[in-house]
Design a protein around this ligand. Sequence first.
Ligand code: NAD
Length: 341
Amino acid sequence: MKVAVFSTKKYDQQFLEEANVEHGHELIFFEPRLTYKTAPLAEGCQAVCAFVNDELDEAVLGRLAKQGTCLIALRAAGFNNVDLEAAERLKITVVRVPAYSPHAVAEHALALMLALNRKIHRAHARVREGNFALSGLLGFDMYGRTMGIVGTGRIGRVMAEIMCGFGMRMLGYDPYPNEEAKKLGIEYVDLETLVAESDIISLHAPLTPDTYHLINAEMLKKMKRGAMLINTSRGALIDTEAVVEALKDGQVGALGLDVYEEEADLFFEDLSDKVIQDDVFARLQTFPNVIITGHQAFFTEEALRAIAETTLNNITTFEELDACGEDVTVEALKNVVKARK
Ligand code: NAD
């Protein structure tokens, strides 16, 4: 199948080409992000392979459909950037990689927590300057503290497994509580209780209309004063302007972000010789108790390999159904995969 791959970086090309040896698709790599303007690059490609900041709204999907695209293969778990209703109307099938390495993301969330708690970023800078003073670097024992996990799906549960080893009390909030999480020691509570009692809150819920600005000014006020907030899920789960205010008055004690609600114009690019135009982002960078990484939680060898393999399996399965332009549901694809096993 002819596949237009958008937002391509060298590492995407490397892992996709390695996985494609078994599949033999014609992969055409494009560096630009998918937008209405760049969509014509996919002319004649039955499949489009897209990433988290590619735009897949009604206008872009309409353009792709006219050009002959009938499959969107997301190389990501989240699908908040796709207008699924428009895709269905246009008979474009959307597939994704629901699980690749929950460990990659949970371990990165842990890295942010530990670095913020023990001020590793500041200590590293000080020692390089020959400053060995400890004032300002005081942390806390995580043992015995309370951890709040918002979203106890695949990544949230791995987070809980890891935190068990730290001897933390674990609270969970999820509209669909699950037994596996309870066995790991998670006690389910409502969101208000979770934010009020947790010393560290880690977000692992998908971005949906229900979770948009889940952590807003009101919720931030309910947090334990000085608690730490970590977001490796999707930026818009947090109202960023509200969190800036909460950091200014000390209500939020530390903030670790791997995602940012306006990240599409920033992340994944080298902008080191440009002036950042986003003032909210620039303000966040001024806090000593904020660490931001540029959407790299997924970025491990294991995860990239699994993402490439699943993406190409999805494309091959769709091709074998020979159903371009038919009303192929994800369920039908799943059944083909099941029948093969
Ligand atoms: P999952 O579907 O296994 O789990 C998500 C959980 O969130 C489910 O249990 C669901 O019931 C719960 N949920 C739904 N609505 C909720 C709400 N209103 N409040 C609280 N919980 C809610 O997904 P996952 O694999 O654990 O991934 C979680 C999210 O992590 C993804 O949606 C994606 O946005 C993000 N992610 C980020 C990266 C990264 O590199 N930073 C990588 C992969 C995934």
